[in-house]
Design a protein. Structure first.
Length: 420
């Protein structure tokens, strides 16, 4: 088994003060003296959204969107959106047996398919229905996602950002505007007493309509605010999960080859929860996070950060730190004892006020989910479905990394379903 390596970072990151210890990053991410910061594309696509707002405004938006992730809603997503996609995708591949009699599936594509439906539903996008429309929607969202982190993926971020703007414009024309118009009308009818609250969809666009927060004064100069909020939820769900989850399959495959006694655990949700949390700890969705200081700050460690200074938080390095996770912190070990007071994934889902809103959707609720009522989380649900069909990495087609990207991710993870 190989240890995970520190991710490479683009040049602009190396020019910032580097912070890579768990305790310092935790202190900064939980401190009111620091605000969210980042490369230019973050502002272009996400300015004023939940992730880029602070203080009272952030708390208001968080409260507005929190019901979208209630236990009941998560169970709905899992049972009505994720499970059918998994079953459809697996039924599709099962009917296309290769010449050697084996059934193959690429888990990256499977995750994209499952998360495309979730992201449309959470955001409030109608018409992601036929296969053609679903694929069009997914492709546009993936182009937009790439643009929101362009500095990590391209020697020419400007071109990628332009492609992201075009993709968002196409999303608006083909999907988002009609979805917003329908929700504005539904909100009007609700206020006129023609329909009840239960008749309203539960999604980002409806939430914004209900508080009349879908138009901002700067909409003429920038990507309009309401589309920026959509961009956050569309990109925040698909790309993150499709970056993280394939690693779990790769690590588990390697682990059971070295620990065959754990092969029997591959369909045990409890074991899969631990294994996925451990893989999430080892791989994060970006090589660095950024915060800017609001005033001169001296951290508990004595480190000084000047007012206005943007610092680079090397979270992937902190998340494998030997002092916190032990000497084998860079290795995958689903039997690891989680340090007291910590989550098994460390800071992979963030810490403090901006911690991930969608985490429970991925990890389940306090490991208390079950098959029938949902809330096991999309990770365990996808893993279990695959391992029930005897999934193993395809020995003839090893996992492939994307070219020219600094993201710690897989572009393709082909698997064979031995029992399909
Ligand atoms: C494996 C999957 C995921 C990972 C690793 C992940 C990770 C993160 C991290 C690290 C942050 C905080 C960023 C920072 O502080 O700089 C965050 C925030 C956020 N995530 Fe996730 N995320 C995942 C899936 C999702 C999903 C599925 C959704 C939505 C359905 C989502 C929605 C959000 C939102 C809205 C925020 C902003 C929260 C705020 O600023 O208050 N994420 N995520």
């Amino acid at each position: 088994m190989l240890p995970v390596q520190d991710p490479a970072v683009p040049d602009f990151v190396t020019k910032l003060q580097r912070i890579d210890s768990y305790s310092e990053i935790e202190e900064i991410m939980k401190s009111e003296d620091f605000i969210m910061a980042g490369a230019a594309e973050r502002t272009i696509f996400l300015e004023d959204t939940l992730i880029m707002s602070e203080g009272r405004r952030h708390a208001e938006l968080k409260q507005l969107f929190a019901p979208l992730m209630s236990r009941q809603t998560l169970a709905y997503y899992e049972l009505r959106l994720v499970e059918p996609v998994i079953q459809e995708a697996l039924a599709d591949v099962a009917s296309s047996r290769g010449a050697d009699g084996s059934v193959r599936v690429d888990v990256v594509a499977l995750i994209h398919a499952a998360l495309t439906r979730i992201s449309a539903r959470v955001t409030g996008v109608d018409g992601v229905d036929s296969q053609q429309r679903t694929e069009r929607f997914r492709d546009l969202v993936l182009t937009l996602s790439a643009a929101t982190t362009a500095s990590y993926s391209s020697p020419d971020p400007g071109r990628m950002i332009a492609a992201g703007r075009d993709a968002l414009a196409a999303l608006v024309a083909e999907f988002l505007q009609a979805s917003l118009d329908r929700r504005i009308e539904l909100t009007r009818r609700f206020r006129a007493g023609e329909i009840s609250k239960e008749d309203l969809p539960r999604d980002v666009l409806t939430s914004l309509c209900l508080v009349d927060d879908w138009r901002h004064a700067d909409d003429v100069d920038k990507i309009p605010y309401v589309w920026r909020q959509c961009a956050l939820f569309l990109t925040g769900s698909i790309k993150t999960t499709s970056h993280s989850l394939p690693h779990v399959f790769v690590h588990i495959d390697e682990w059971v080859k070295e620990h065959p006694e754990d092969r029997a655990n591959l369909t045990d949700p409890e074991w899969l929860h631990r294994a996925s949390a451990e893989a999430f700890r080892l791989h994060q969705t970006t090589p660095a996070r950024f915060r800017a200081a609001l005033r001169d700050v001296t951290l508990t460690s004595g480190r000084q950060v000047k007012a206005g200074e943007m610092v680079a938080l090397h979270a992937p390095v902190a998340n494998v730190q030997a002092e916190v996770f032990g000497e084998d912190g860079r290795y995958f070990n689903p039997r690891r004892e989680v340090p007291d007071g910590m989550q098994p994934w460390g800071m992979t889902f963030g810490l403090g006020a901006h911690a991930c809103l969608g985490r429970n959707l991925v990890t389940g609720i306090q490991n208390k989910g079950d098959d029938k009522h949902g809330a096991q989380g999309t990770a365990v649900r996808i893993l279990k479905a695959m391992y029930e069909l005897g999934a193993e990495l395809d020995p003839d087609n090893p996992p492939r990394r994307p070219e020219g990207s600094l993201h710690d991710t897989w572009e393709s993870v082909p698997m064979i379903l031995r029992k399909a």
